[in-house]
Design a protein around this ligand. Structure first.
Ligand code: C5P
Length: 244
C-alpha cells in the first residue's frame, strides 16, 4: 500500500521556506519542488532571449517562452532549464528584480501551475520520492512544494499546509548573507538595498490580482524569526507524523 502525502509551504521571500522544504524532503524521502525556481527560470529565459518583461506588447512572446521552458529538478536543490544547470544563474539580483512582472502574468501562471500539479502527482519528471515506511501504514511517499500560492491555489487539498513568516530585518540579513556566500566580492547590493528589494517583492506578491501571497485558512502559521533550521524542520516533520 502506498499513499501520497503533499506538504505545501508558503510565505514571503527569504522566510526560510526553501531551506526548510529541502531538508524536510531529504529527511522524509519526499520529492522537493521549488515553484519559485520555475518563475525564476522563465525570467532567465526571457533575459536570454532579450525579451523585456516590462514590455506589454511582448505578452504573447513571454507566455510562449514559458511554454517552451523545460524545467526539471534533477536532484535536491538543483534546477535545470532546457538541460542546463541554472541553479546559480536564476538567483542573481537582476532576475529577482524582474520576476514580479513574470509572476503577475496570469497566462504564465497557468502554464506553470499545470506543470506544478503534474509534478506533484509524479506525472512529470521531478525529484524521485522513495518515501518512508510507517508501521501499519505502509510506504508513505510524498512531495514538498514551496512558493506563494501552493496551499491556496496549486494544492488546495494538500495533507499539510505551513505558512512561514519572519521579521523583515531578519529575512533581509539571511538573504544578504546567502548572496554574499554565493557572489563573494562581486556582490554590489548593500543590506539596506536587499531589505528594500524584499519589501517591494513581498508587496507585489501580496497585492497582485492573481494567486497572491496569502495564508490558506487551514495552514499552520510558523514564525521562524528566532528558530533554528533544525527546529523548523523537526516541527514540520512532527506535524506530518501526527497527520498520518
Ligand atoms: O521563492 P522565490 O523567492 O524564489 O520566488 C521568487 C518569486 O517568484 C516570488 O517573489 C514570486 O513573485 C514568484 N512566485 C510566485 N508563486 C510561487 C512561487 C514564486 O509568484 N508559487
Amino acid at each position: 500500500m502506498s499513499r501520497l502525502f503533499r506538504i505545501a509551504i508558503d510565505g514571503p521571500a527569504a522566510s526560510g521556506k526553501s531551506t526548510t522544504a529541502k531538508l524536510l524532503a531529504k529527511k522524509l524521502g519526499f520529492s522537493y519542488i521549488d515553484s519559485g525556481a520555475m518563475f525564476r527560470a522563465v525570467t532567465l529565459k526571457c533575459q536570454l532571449e532579450n525579451v523585456n518583461p516590462n514590455d506589454i506588447s511582448a505578452h504573447n512572446k513571454i507566455v510562449e517562452i514559458a511554454k517552451r521552458c523545460k524545467i526539471r529538478f534533477p536532484s535536491l536543490g538543483k534546477v535545470e532549464l532546457d538541460g542546463q544547470d541554472v541553479s546559480e544563474l536564476i538567483r542573481t539580483s537582476d532576475i529577482t528584480r524582474n520576476i514580479s512582472l513574470i509572476a503577475s502574468n496570469p497566462d504564465v501562471r497557468e502554464v506553470l501551475a499545470n506543470q506544478q500539479r503534474a509534478m506533484a502527482k509524479g506525472e512529470l519528471p521531478g525529484a524521485v520520492s522513495n518515501g518512508f515506511e510507517r508501521e501499519g501504514k505502509g510506504i508513505i511517499k510524498g512531495v514538498v512544494m514551496d512558493g506563494r500560492d501552493i496551499g491556496t491555489v496549486i494544492l488546495p487539498n494538500a495533507e499539510l499546509k505551513v505558512f512561514i513568516v519572519a521579521d523583515v530585518h531578519i529575512r533581509a540579513k539571511r538573504r544578504f548573507d546567502e548572496l554574499k556566500k554565493r557572489q563573494g566580492a562581486a556582490l554590489t547590493d548593500t543590506l539596506d538595498q536587499v531589505e528594500k528589494d524584499l519589501e517591494a517583492r513581498d508587496l507585489a506578491d501580496r497585492t497582485r490580482k492573481i494567486a497572491p501571497l496569502l495564508q490558506a485558512k487551514d495552514a499552520v502559521m510558523m514564525d521562524t524569526s528566532y528558530l533554528t533550521i533544525e527546529e523548523q524542520v523537526n516541527a514540520i516533520e512532527n506535524m506530518v507524523y501526527e497527520r498520518i
